[in-house]
Write a protein that binds this ligand. Structure first.
Ligand code: GYE
Length: 330
């Protein structure tokens, strides 16, 4: 690492002092003297929580990739609370880490703390979820999925599935964490596609917080209040899996009496899909670690990186899930 860094310095950066250029753009960064001088990049990562299988896989990917890249990782879990994430980011700023990365639990309310990082000349990378800040200079890049597209893919499957049919299709929706980018976007992408045909009716839509327990609880309430539910659209596998328990307990057959579409494609979701309990899964990859570490190194070395790095993803039918499962890593 030290060698690489020295090469970067010799390769054109004018700043003197090993980690002085950690802002990646400004010369004469303040506070460089207080930073560790071992040539290793220190990253502070403020994770959302441990709410789902997706998140667990994401955390593992980040931790393993940091080790592989020789990056010193400071990791915190915010338990799905924005205030905890803000606290973690402030502590990373106080510790003068070289770079901060985080997955913002909700979209809004980040400007102040991002400005604090910018003032301290600590670059920030957004991973997985976006912020709604107008000032895009507050972060270097955003790496993650296109959640609107994911919602659209879910809607397109539904349109195809009910092609040629005229009866009303009653849909219930389990939304992700309120105010989060994936909940907002997966809802709007889906709504955009199904609105073309008035037979599709979303009769209930509520948050299940991206967790299995809440997915089950909300689905129980949906089932009690609505005698005819044709389709469940859950914003992630975990909520869908919780809902399946509620559906079974209500004496109905998941995947048959109620068709189920979810997002993520984690192992448990894929297993339920291969068994016909879920009908379709839109993939959202949690394996962002290696790309994140790569980008972090570039930012610290002062290289220009793209403002948006998109994750590539697919979709799965039950047959495709069966084929993919043996090699599924998460
Ligand atoms: O779909 C869900 C997790 O932000 C893409 O967060 C992520 C979402 C993922 O809790 O399972």
């Amino acid at each position: 690492m030290l060698k690489k860094w020295s090469a970067a310095v010799l390769g054109g950066l004018l700043v003197v002092g090993a980690l002085g250029a950690c802002g990646g753009e400004k010369e004469g960064d303040a506070g460089s003297g207080a930073k560790k001088d071992d040539g290793k990049i220190t990253m502070g990562f403020a994770q959302v929580g441990a709410e789902s299988g997706w998140r667990t896989a994401n955390t593992k990917s980040i931790q393993e990739a940091a080790t592989a890249a020789g990056i010193d990782l400071k990791f915190s879990d915010a338990q799905q609370k924005q205030e905890n994430q803000i606290k973690a980011i402030r502590s990373y700023i106080a510790q003068k880490v070289d770079i901060i990365a985080f997955s913002p639990v909700v979209e809004s309310g980040w400007d102040t703390v991002l400005k604090e990082a910018k003032d301290a000349k600590i670059p920030v990378i957004l991973t997985d979820r976006a912020v709604d800040s107008k000032d895009t200079s507050l972060y270097k890049t955003f790496i993650g999925s296109d959640f609107v597209l994911e919602g659209k893919k879910a809607g397109e499957w539904l349109v195809k599935e009910y092609q040629g049919k005229t009866d009303t299709v009653n849909i219930v929706e389990l939304q992700g964490t309120t105010g989060s980018a994936p909940a907002n976007d997966r809802k709007s992408g889906f709504a955009d596609v199904i609105k073309a045909d008035p037979k599709f009716k979303v009769i209930a839509s509520q948050t299940g917080d991206f967790t299995r327990a809440k997915g089950k609880e909300v689905m129980e309430a949906f089932l009690k209040a609505n005698p005819k539910i044709d389709v469940l659209y859950a914003h992630n596998d975990d909520m869908g899996l919780g809902a399946i328990e509620a559906i079974v307990a209500a004496g109905k057959k998941p995947g048959v009496d109620i068709k189920i579409i979810t997002v993520d494609a984690v192992k448990d979701g894929m297993t339920a899909l291969s068994e016909g309990k879920i009908n379709y899964i839109v993939e959202c990859s949690p394996l962002l670690g290696p790309q994140l570490m790569d980008l972090a190194k570039k930012v610290v070395a002062g290289e220009t990186i793209p403002q948006r790095v998109l994750t590539e993803e697919t979709t799965f039918t039950p047959e495709q899930a069966k084929a993919a499962l043996p090699n599924r890593k998460y």
